[in-house]
Design a protein around this ligand. Structure first.
Ligand code: NAP
Length: 243
């Protein structure tokens, strides 16, 4: 199957693993992919020449509008939107500034909503399209130090649940992929602030584990809608101390 796909945050960690999984599947599948991230053009060497790299900040409405136009000019139509871009910025709530609170909600909650709003008309025109939202274990249980991130990811999960029921009539399936701890650069800010012992990656998932779950979920037959896949690192201990 050849599909046209947009991945936000496809330049690092889970998003890049999803990109690799979608481009390395087998010779009979040739997906056309557009990547959206703030600094995607700086990472050109990671991608094949036929990938469109769009520099855009999903928290900015004007960037999202421009990204949609560029992506649709390139793709023509879109089969799968993967809302993956995110940040954590861990610390206790009382130590956060209001600007930090706003930024965490903007990127993790409003960003995926802006992106979905822009691409939804195009997804609706396809007969069998899919939106994948990368949520988090922190969107199912509160984690100290990740209060604002948790608020955003709980919100994203609520959005998925409601939108799924709105757009089922257009045959759009919405899949939440909810990882536990994954070894990616998202933890770098915590390590920079608290030292490398603040995060224990020994039992963490690899980004490829999450990408495998995405591939499984998007390849189900049309009559099957996977609403959510929860993937946890096997020790079930928190991988970091976030405050
Ligand atoms: N790693 C974990 O333990 C874990 C666990 C559960 C859920 N998740 C979720 O998985 C997703 C991917 O995280 P990751 O761990 O792979 O993180 P990562 O390695 O830090 O990658 C984040 C990606 O998002 C992009 N990004 C960040 N802010 C952006 C913005 N404002 N606009 C556009 N792109 C932006 C980054 O590129 P630029 O910097 O160039 O913009 C990068 O491509 C996130 O939604 C995260 O919440 C991660």
């Amino acid at each position: 199957m050849n599909r046209n796909i947009v991945i936000t945050g496809g330049t690092s960690g889970i998003g890049y693993a999803i990109y690799k999984a979608l481009t390395n599947l087998n010779n009979s599948e040739c997906n056309k992919i557009a990547i959206i991230a703030r600094h995607s053009s700086q990472k050109k060497s990671l991608f094949s020449a036929d990938t469109l790299l769009i520099d855009a900040d999903i928290s900015k409405k004007e960037d999202v509008d421009t990204a949609e136009k560029k992506a649709m000019e390139f793709l023509g139509n879109i089969d799968i939107l993967i809302n993956n871009a995110g940040i954590t910025n861990p610390s206790s709530f009382s130590k956060k500034t209001k600007d930090e609170i706003e930024r965490t909600i903007l990127v993790n909650l409003l960003g995926p909503l802006y992106i979905t709003h822009s691409f939804l008309p195009h997804l609706s025109r396809q007969k069998n399209s899919i939106i994948v939202n990368i949520t988090s274990a922190a969107g199912e249980t509160g984690i100290p130090g990740l209060s604002v991130y948790s608020a955003a990811k709980f919100g994203l999960k609520g959005f998925s649940e409601a939108l799924r029921k709105e757009v089922a009539v257009n045959n759009i399936r919405i899949i939440d992929i909810s990882p536990g701890g994954v070894e990616t650069p998202i933890h770098d800010t915590l390590v920079a602030r608290k030292g490398k012992d603040s995060v224990n990656m020994d039992n963490a998932l690899n980004p490829e584990d999450v990408a495998d779950a995405v591939i499984y979920a998007i390849n189900q037959p049309r009559n099957t809608s996977i609403h959510e896949l929860k993937i946890r690192h096997s020790s079930l201990k928190m991988i970091g101390t976030y405050i």
